[in-house]
Design a protein around this ligand. Structure first.
Ligand code: GRF
Length: 324
């Protein structure tokens, strides 16, 4: 899908304090070509300066003090507010609350945080003082995915900031903030763009295709494809990055034949098409680089297509399993 046609990802920013990272994210989002927009700024502190800044910039805001609520109730209300604002991602920017596992599961892979150290060094608080006390030559900041464990999800990007011999924690913190303001918008923009990038989509498809029994990957006509292992093993899927004409990244899989191919395409013609050169064998192309791609549908078709070419010995096992 060409960049200009992609909808921008909608982001809810959770804050508790000054909101300088929120401001950096916001102003970056107003530059041309940035693939996200701020849909909501939400806080557990109705007095947070970040809320005034956001309101002054015309952003929707939401505030809910956590006192008197359980952690689960508060998290749920914050998540509901983000959902109502149409957010696809939640970005923590100085949000001083630990999120419940339920919240993290609900938004799995869609919550980012920024932390003022070069993780895995110094999770938690007082990062700058600890880096100086340890005699480190650099501190810095990290953007990471949020998981159940504090400050330990996959690191998506980092910037180092040199520590000088006479540095204080305050002076270092101020420079790290400058670095944070550069890092966060860039990492967020890259992250929300991943579902449209061929290398990321290929890796996702590959791990699912290779999880099926006795599969190997082979290039075919310049495209990565997956086949049953062995000399006579047939292809059941190809990854296709069409550069000519319609610019789609697609997964090609096999239906049971021409009738099903036609029916599936008729039912879902925006997302499924008859691939050039493959159409006659009942193949369909499923467009991958689009918003809201359903990975379960991708898995379903990979398995169906695998089964169409798998020897009886293998597909029988699957048939038996399905009878229970
Ligand atoms: C930043 O230092 C960030 O790394 C940490 O909280 C602070 C938030 O600052 N998670 P601000 O509210 O964005 O100015």
């Amino acid at each position: 899908m060409p960049d200009r046609l992609r909808p921008r990802a909608r982001v809810a920013v959770f804050v508790s304090g000054a909101g300088t990272n929120m401001a950096a994210l916001l102003y970056a989002s107003r530059l041309p070509g940035v693939p996200y927009e701020i849909a909501l700024v939400a806080s557990n502190d109705p007095g947070a300066d970040a809320l005034d800044l956001a309101a002054g910039e015309g952003l929707p805001t939401f505030a809910l003090a956590h006192r008197g609520m359980t952690r689960a109730e508060h998290d749920r209300a914050m998540g509901d507010a983000a959902k109502e604002a149409g957010a696809d991602y939640i970005v923590l920017a100085g949000y001083m609350r630990i999120l419940t596992p339920e919240f993290v599961a609900r938004w799995q892979g869609r919550v980012l945080n920024i932390h003022p150290s070069l993780l895995p060094a110094y999770p938690g608080l007082d990062t700058h003082a600890r880096a100086i006390a340890a005699g480190d030559r650099a501190g810095g900041c990290s953007v990471h995915l949020v998981t159940d464990e504090l400050d330990s999800g996959e690191v998506l990007g980092q910037l180092a900031v040199a520590i000088s011999p006479e540095d204080t924690a305050e002076a270092l913190a101020a420079r790290v903030k400058l670095a944070e303001h550069q890092l966060y918008p860039r990492v967020l923009a890259d992250y929300v763009s991943r579902p449209y990038r061929a290398d990321w989509l290929l890796a996702e498809v590959r791990s699912r295709a290779m999880a099926l029994d006795e599969v190997e990957e082979k290039e075919s006509h310049g495209a990565p494809g997956w086949k049953l292992a062995g000399k006579s093993g047939k292809f059941f899927a190809y990854f296709s990055d069409f550069h000519h004409g319609g610019s789609n990244i697609a997964l090609l899989v096999k239906t049971s034949g021409a009738d099903e191919q036609e029916a599936v395409i008729a039912r879902d013609s925006d997302r499924v098409f008859s691939p050039p050169y493959y159409g006659s064998g009942g193949w369909i192309g499923i467009v991958l680089d689009r918003p809201g791609l359903d990975w379960e549908q991708v898995e379903y078709w990979l398995a169906r297509s695998w089964r169409a070419v798998a020897p009886r010995r293998l597909s029988r096992l699957l048939d038996a399993a399905e009878e229970f």
